[in-house]
Structures are given as structure tokens and as C-alpha cells.
Design a protein around this ligand. Structure first.
Ligand code: 3H9
Length: 707
């Protein structure tokens, strides 16, 4: 037998152990090993029952996702797993699945083919395949409703969220929670059930429910999926497969599941989501900073500035259990900052996301202060004061004076140079950018900005700390706007140009929302505040090239006080509940300003052109960033856009999307735009090179981020 699966005996109980680190995925060799073990159990008269478990940190995290990437067509491996699972169910001795860590995807499907399931209290079970653009492909959509009921199966398979052992017990997915050692408990359980009835999940029907109830549950699930997972195909496919379980015998239901699974597996959405899965892990890998680089312990933190960003960042530390000082200049600002934090936590309590006691514990970790007195205790300080170089430099000089040697001095700037800020301290190696996204306590993205002198330990610390803070960190270089905002500029520029050329404000937003963006670019501007960009543009106006077209309307909107949601008027008008209402006045004003600027008007701008102009502007700038080395890999840009800018995950990020469309096609379209609109659309040299070499962004590797 392959040593990926071990076989042993504890007297009359066989113990099968899957040992395929790191997560016991069902890679080639594992199913074969299990099949041999089951045959052995069947034929060994001494064996009365069996326990199947995972070695190391977990039971089984599912099929081997890397294998999916190797398939381009044909029969997926799921078809091979189904007979194995049937043979387990048909085993003449009871098979007890003993779960610790996770039984995910194919892991839960394997577990459900056992006659009984036991789990330790902190184990989790789930069918997360939809997160990879897939559905369960080894009978999961047919066995789970039989074990847990149709409603629970619909929820687990279409949303992909795992559940804990207690909930799994409640829904009949497991039969017992084991206290103490899992193997001992599972072997004892196996002895209890040896010689008894061997329930086969596929033959159970008591939880399948009545046709009428099922029809309404299925419809509700579809409505939820369309609303909450807009644009994703797999959740709807999972629901279809479970609907089949409610109507068809097990074998026929499995055939429906297989067909849907194959369709998902070979879809662009699944390829994109698998790219995202591996991408989220890839971004943690920094070529010149080995995994074992010493990270500094962050036991205490401090934040300078209790505004929206500073307050949010203080909450991020408190939420992770790290005590944090929150400093402001004067008492009213400090009180306002703390009041905002309290309000934020209160609303979480009201929504049932945390208890009053948890709120109290988190607030107790935040110490408001007007002085730098206790800053010497902080292992890391994040500066989040108003965005201005003079002020930031003053703060850093102060931090240099008060902070202990070894403390990390981070800035939350979104536009200013880390090196310029670092130039005022005697320890520039301790300075780093930690660019949080608003609202900082919610948004998952953290751009970690590497300065010329930032030390490797400081970078390693921030990258590792991000996990503890519940963030996904991406290392970027120190260029204007870093990666995310630098690309967002051309994207929003095109959205504005389109309106100035005659497209409706809602038409532009609608086209991009239909493409999958969480929000349209003009609504996003209104939400963030149009005045923010206006101020920055005024500061950098001297850098604009004469004769190159710049958007006109947004500055003019700001000049008449339309800053967006905060003034109840921007590109849209807003009612008291901040609901956007289209505003004909904006249309009229933009027409007037465009005429004054001599911008030719078009009657019709198709949605496809709106999407190409905005998204390819992102891609073209992304290609420049990649070539200049300010992002390590194309996937780093993708992860930034998915987690910080509402890019649809099922398109894999802007660079993956461009690869999917085909870089030649993207390049040709960009050349067309250059011919129509001028030099702003000059294709990035890297894009041209990749097209000439017939390569993709995913194949391009340039390292490291320049110092
Ligand atoms: C499926 O099962 C379809 C079925 O219906 C059957 C149809 C036939 N395969 O995340 P981590 C790697 S679809 C291959 O850092 P954690 C991962 O890339 C599958 N590799 O650890 C990483 O590698 P590296 C359904 C996998 O503790 C390393 O393991 N299952 C797989 O933070 C450690 O992972 C899922 O969707 C895999 N299945 O989280 C579960 N899983 O070190 C996917 C992990 O080289 N996995 N790796 O970067 C997860 O959600 C998390 O990995 C897990 C552990 C929660 C398990």
C-alpha cells in the first residue's frame, strides 16, 4: 500500500491514517490507498470495525486543488472518487470517520461515506468548493441533504462556509463529539458500533423532506445566491445539484452533480478563483526575504491620529488582542475619535456580531492619550495623521525621539513617499508604509510599502502581523499612489472622460457593476469624497503635462461644493439615507463644461466600450507597475484589486482577466484607444513585449521591488 495511507490494527479495530502533508488532500495515491485498506478490512475476519483519520494537523482538506489546474478537458477526478466512496459505504464492517482540523470539500464527502462520524470539539466541516468556482463533485450534494436536511445542505454548498463540530452534531452530520484524545475516543466508538447496523448515507431519506417545502427552500437559496454572490455561477450550480437530490434517486442525482461539476471545473470562473486561492498564499512569499527571517514580537502598538483611519487602525489592533495607544492633539478630537470607535462597536453588538462583554474587552485595550509619554512601550507605531508631508515629518521626528530602539515606525500614507518620510529619522530601516483601506477595521487589504532602507525584519514582521490582524498583506514598492491607487487613477479618469463624452453617469456605473465591480467608479468617488482627489490634484498640478487631456467635471463639481455623499451631492444626489438619486442637473452641467472644453459629444457609448476603457486603463497601468517592479508579480496586483477595490473575484483580478481575454486582444484595443484618444493610452512596453513573445502576465517574473 502507498505510504500516503497507513494501515494498523488496535486488536479488532483497523485504523486507517491518511498522511499526505500539509493538509491530507486527496492527491493521486490517497484514494487508491484508502481503497486498498477498505478491501483489507473487508477480507480480514479479525477486524470488526475501522477508524479512518488524518495524520498531522487535519482530517482531509479536500481534493488536491493543484491537480485541477492540470486538467484542460475530459473526465475530472471526481468521477474516480465516487466508486471509492460507494465501496466504503458498502464495506461489511462499520467505518468510523474521525475528524480533527478540517473535513472540507472531498474531505467531508469522504467522511459522509463512512457509517459514522466523530469529531473533536474544534473540528470544522464544510463544502467550500463554491469559493473555487466549483461544486462538490464526489456526491456531496447528494449525501449532505440526506444527512443534514435540504435547507442546511443548500446553505453549506452554496455559501461554502464551514461549521463547527457542535453545529455539525446538531444537524446530524457527525454522531458524537469526542472529548480528549481523538484516536482513543474513535476506537472506543468503533467498538461500540461493531456488529451493529451500518447506516448508509445514500440510502437515508428521512431528512429529504416534502416536495413543496423543498421547492420553496431551493427558490429562496437561488434568490440569496443571486443577491449575495452576484455574478458567481457555482452557487447556482450547487443549488441545482441539491435540487436534483430532492427529486431523483441517489445514482441519478450523482450523475447530475457530475455534469454540473465538470461544467464548473472547466469554466473561466473556476480557473480565476483557483488562481485567487493560490495567489492569496503566493503574496506572502517575498523572494529576497526567506520564510525564516526573524519577525519582531508586536505586543503593544500605538496609533497617531484618531480620525477615521487612525480610529479604524486602533480597532484592528484591539480586535487582534493587542493593546494600543491612540493619540490625538487635543481633547475634543480625541473624544470624537473614541466616540466613533464606541459607536462602531455598538453597532456590531446590535447586529449580533459581538457581545457587550467583547466590546468592553476591546475598548479596554484602546488607551486614548494626548501625549507621547507611553510610546516608549510600543513595539510598533502607525502614523495616521492628515495627509501632508510637513506634518508627517514632524510626527516622525517626534516618534524617533520617543520610541524605543527596534520599534517599527509605520505610516498609513496613501500618497506620500516613504523614503521622504524616512529621511527625517535616524533609523530609516525601521520605517515602512502600512496602507490600510477604509474602513480599516473591515477592509481586508493591507499594502505594505517597502522603502529604500526598510529592513527585512521589519517587512517580515508586518507581513506576518497582517495575518494576526485578519488582513491580507501585499508588499509593494514606493511609487506615487503605490499599486492600488496608482492604477485607480487611470480607471476613474476614463470613467469621467466617458461621462464628458456623453455617457450617462448611471450608464457608466451600471456597465462596471454588471462587469462585476462592487460599485461603479463614479459612486465610489462620491463615497470616498470627491474633494480628496481634488486636493491631491491641486497639489500635483505642476506635474501635469501641458496639452494632455485631464478630466474637467470632477474639479468643477467640487468647486460648487458637490463633494459626494458627505454633502449629499456629487455625481449623484443623496437622500437622508444616503441613497443615490440620478441628478439631471449634473448631466446638464457636464454637457456645458464639456462644450466649453471642446470635447466632442457622442450619442451612444456601448456598455462594452465603457468596460474596456475603464478596465484596460487599469490593466495598462498595472503592466507599467509590474515592469517597473513596484509589484512583485501580476498576482500581487490581482490580490490588491480583489481585496481593496471590489474587483470581482470570479474574474481573478485585472491582470488575470487580461490574460483570460488574451493579451493580444487587449493590446490591440489599447492601440485603438491610443489612436482615438492620444498618448494617455500609449500601451505599456511590457504589454507589447508579452504579446510579441506570446506570453501572459502570469508568466512574467521580475524581482525584487526596487530599493
Ligand atoms: C474539492 O474537494 C472538490 C471535491 O468535491 C472533490 C471533487 C472530485 N489542495 O491555506 P494554508 C495547500 S475542492 C492542494 O496556507 P491554513 C496550500 O496551498 C477542494 N493544496 O493553511 C498551502 O500550500 P503552500 C475543497 C492545498 O492552515 C498549504 O496547503 N477544499 C489544499 O491557513 C497550507 O494551506 C478547499 O477548498 C488543497 N485542497 O488553511 C479547502 N488546501 O504552503 C482549501 C491547502 O505551498 N484549503 N493546500 O502555500 C483551505 O481552505 C485552507 O488551505 C485550509 C488550511 C483551511 C485547509
Amino acid at each position: 500500500m502507498d505510504n500516503l495511507v497507513r494501515f494498523a490494527k488496535d486488536n479488532d479495530i483497523a485504523v486507517i491514517t491518511i498522511d499526505n502533508p500539509p493538509v491530507n488532500a486527496l492527491s493521486p495515491g490517497v484514494p487508491e490507498g484508502i481503497a486498498e485498506a477498505i478491501a483489507q478490512i473487508d477480507s480480514d475476519p479479525e477486524v470488526k470495525a475501522a477508524v479512518l483519520m488524518g495524520a498531522g494537523r487535519t482530517f482531509v482538506a479536500g481534493a488536491d486543488i493543484r491537480e485541477f489546474g492540470k486538467l484542460t478537458s475530459g473526465k475530472p477526478r471526481g468521477a474516480g472518487l465516487l466508486p471509492l466512496l460507494l465501496s466504503i459505504e458498502n464495506c461489511t464492517k462499520p467505518v468510523v470517520m474521525a475528524i480533527h482540523g478540517m473535513a472540507f470539500g472531498g474531505g467531508l464527502e469522504l467522511a459522509m461515506a463512512g457509517h459514522y462520524r466523530v469529531a473533536v470539539a474544534d473540528a470544522q466541516v464544510g463544502q467550500p468548493e463554491v469559493k473555487l468556482g466549483l461544486i462538490p463533485g464526489a456526491g456531496g450534494t447528494q449525501r449532505l441533504p440526506r444527512l443534514a436536511g435540504v435547507v442546511k445542505a443548500l446553505e453549506m454548498c452554496s455559501e461554502g462556509k464551514p461549521i463547527g463540530a457542535a453545529e455539525a452534531l446538531k444537524f446530524g452530520i457527525i454522531d458524537r463529539v469526542i472529548e480528549g484524545d481523538l484516536l482513543t475516543g474513535a476506537v472506543a466508538f468503533a467498538r461500540e458500533v461493531s456488529g451493529k447496523l451500518k447506516p448508509k448515507t445514500r440510502e437515508r431519506s428521512e431528512k429529504l423532506g416534502a416536495a413543496e417545502q423543498n421547492a420553496s427552500a431551493v427558490e429562496t437559496a437561488r434568490e440569496n445566491a443571486r443577491k449575495k454572490q452576484r455574478g458567481f455561477h457555482a452557487p447556482l450550480a450547487a443549488i441545482d445539484a441539491i435540487e436534483a437530490a430532492t427529486k431523483l434517486p441517489f445514482e441519478e442525482g450523482c450523475r447530475v452533480e457530475q455534469k454540473l461539476f465538470s461544467e464548473c471545473l472547466f469554466s473561466d470562473q473556476s480557473k480565476a478563483l483557483i488562481h485567487v486561492f493560490f495567489g492569496e498564499r503566493e503574496v506572502a512569499k517575498i523572494p529576497d526575504i526567506p520564510k525564516d527571517t526573524a519577525a519582531l514580537p508586536i505586543r503593544r502598538a500605538a496609533v497617531v491620529g484618531a480620525g477615521t483611519m487612525g480610529g479604524g487602525i486602533a480597532m484592528v489592533f484591539a480586535n487582534a488582542g493587542i493593546p494600543v495607544l491612540l493619540k490625538e492633539l487635543d481633547q475634543p478630537a480625541l473624544e470624537q475619535g473614541m466616540a466613533n470607535i464606541r459607536k462602531n462597536y455598538s453597532s456590531s453588538v446590535q447586529r449580533g456580531r459581538m457581545t457587550q462583554a467583547e466590546m468592553g474587552a476591546r475598548l479596554a485595550l484602546i488607551t486614548p492619550t494626548l501625549s507621547y509619554d507611553k510610546f516608549a512601550d510600543a513595539d510598533m507605531v502607525v502614523e495616521a495623521v492628515f495627509e501632508g508631508m510637513t506634518l508627517k515629518k514632524q510626527v516622525f521626528q517626534e516618534l524617533d525621539r520617543v520610541c524605543k530602539p527596534g520599534a517599527i515606525l509605520a505610516t498609513n500614507t496613501s500618497t506620500l513617499s516613504i523614503d521622504a518620510i524616512a529621511s527625517v529619522v535616524v533609523r530609516p530601516d525601521a520605517v515602512i508604509g502600512t496602507h490600510f483601506f477604509s474602513p480599516a477595521n473591515i477592509m481586508r487589504l493591507l499594502e505594505v510599502v517597502r522603502g529604500k532602507e526598510t529592513s527585512k525584519n521589519v517587512i517580515a514582521t508586518c507581513m506576518q502581523l497582517s495575518k494576526k490582524l485578519g488582513k491580507i498583506a501585499v508588499l509593494v514598492g514606493n511609487c506615487r499612489g503605490f499599486v492600488g491607487n496608482r492604477m485607480f487613477g487611470p480607471y476613474r479618469r476614463e470613467a469621467q472622460f466617458l461621462v464628458e463624452e456623453g455617457a450617462g453617469v448611471e450608464a457608466v456605473d451600471r456597465a462596471l457593476v454588471e462587469f462585476g465591480m462592487a460599485m461603479g467608479p463614479l459612486s465610489t468617488g462620491d463615497l470616498a469624497g470627491l474633494d480628496v482627489g481634488w486636493r491631491i490634484r491641486k497639489e500635483y498640478r505642476h506635474l501635469e503635462k501641458p496639452g494632455v487631456r485631464q478630466p474637467v467635471a470632477e474639479d468643477r463639481l467640487c468647486e460648487i461644493g458637490r463633494f459626494g455623499q458627505k454633502t449629499q451631492a456629487g455625481w449623484y444626489r443623496y437622500d437622508e439615507n444616503r441613497h443615490a438619486v440620478p441628478d439631471p442637473e449634473v448631466t446638464a452641467l457636464v454637457r456645458k463644461w464639456s462644450a466649453e472644453a471642446g470635447i466632442a459629444q457622442r450619442q451612444q457609448i456601448p456598455a462594452a466600450e465603457i468596460v474596456d476603457r475603464c478596465i484596460y486603463a487599469l490593466v495598462n497601468e498595472g503592466a507599467r507597475i509590474l515592469e517597473e517592479g513596484f509589484a512583485l508579480r501580476a498576482v500581487d496586483i490581482d490580490i490588491i484589486y480583489l481585496n481593496g477595490y471590489g474587483f470581482p473575484a470570479y474574474r481573478g483580478g485585472p491582470m488575470w482577466y487580461a490574460d483570460t481575454v488574451g493579451l493580444k486582444k487587449v493590446y490591440e484595443r489599447i492601440c485603438e484607444f491610443r489612436d482615438q484618444h492620444g498618448e494617455l493610452w500609449e500601451p505599456a512596453p511590457l504589454l507589447r513585449q508579452l504579446v510579441e513573445a506570446n506570453e501572459s502576465f502570469a508568466q512574467f517574473h521580475k524581482e525584487p521591488i526596487p530599493a
